[in-house]
Design a protein around this ligand. Structure first.
Ligand SMILES: [Zn+2]
Length: 137
């Protein structure tokens, strides 16, 4: 319990990240809710209406993809907020070194330093890679 790594940032910097993350959390929640309403609306449509026209299905695919992307991001933002709360925000969860401020300004929800991130991406690509629709033709 005394071994929790300490965030390299001052209270003021942490507060700024917290504000930014809260803002993102609010926006992401709104878009997730909105997408879920749209998905429900789609589910109510007759799927036979425009089967051979790509538009209907493609929009739906895009909607699902965007929604799951937003949910993933929302999770990360919420985790980052927890880490601000706990006081280890800005520390790589894998190797324990400080994540650079510049990296966090671009990706405030990052929980890995750039090296660990690259390594895990080589091992198993996550994020958008798996969201491509697998059917063809
Ligand atoms: Zn690391």
């Amino acid at each position: 319990m005394s071994q929790i790594p300490k965030s390299p940032f001052t209270k003021n910097v942490l507060q700024l990240f917290k504000n930014g993350l809260r803002e993102m959390q609010r926006e992401l929640r709104q878009s997730v809710e909105k997408a879920q309403q749209e998905i429900r609306a789609f589910a109510g449509l007759d799927p036979l209406d425009d089967m051979d026209v790509c538009s209907g299905n493609c929009d739906k695919e895009a909607l699902f993809a965007r929604n799951s992307e937003n949910r993933t991001r929302l999770r990360k933002v919420e985790l980052a907020l927890e880490r601000v709360q706990k006081g280890d925000f800005g520390i790589c969860v894998t190797c324990g070194v400080a994540i650079g401020l510049k990296r966090l300004q671009v990706l405030p929800w990052a929980s890995n330093c750039i090296e660990c991130q690259e390594q895990s991406e080589q091992g198993r690509p996550d994020e958008c890679a798996s969201l491509q629709p697998s059917f063809a033709g």
